[in-house]
Design a binder for this molecule. Structure first.
Ligand code: ZN
Length: 90
């Protein structure tokens, strides 16, 4: 799939529960507002970002990315999560 790009990763700290988590910068922008995934606090702060393409590639399947072409995004979703969704519904 030609339009697949790796997302920059951003590491956050939550001042409420003292946890850390990593998010895709692309998904952060789409969500608009984010909260801590552990305690749902808004008291979070980004403090590290990985934007180096070679380092992101080395993450392999741990890396996060998206398809810039919406049709490719739908096809990719169907090939992975769509099949799993149907299996879960059985
Ligand atoms: Zn938290």
């Amino acid at each position: 799939m030609k339009s697949y790009v790796l997302d920059k990763l951003v590491k956050y700290h939550c001042f409420n529960c003292n946890s850390e988590f990593i998010l895709s910068e692309y998904k952060i922008k789409k969500a608009g507002r984010i909260t801590c995934p552990y305690c749902q606090s808004k008291g979070i702060q980004s403090y590290v970002c990985i934007n180096d393409k070679d380092k992101l590639n080395k993450l392999g399947c741990i890396a996060m990315g998206h398809h810039e072409d919406p049709e490719e995004e739908r096809t990719s979703y169907e090939m992975t999560w769509g099949r799993i969704e149907r299996e879960r519904e059985k």
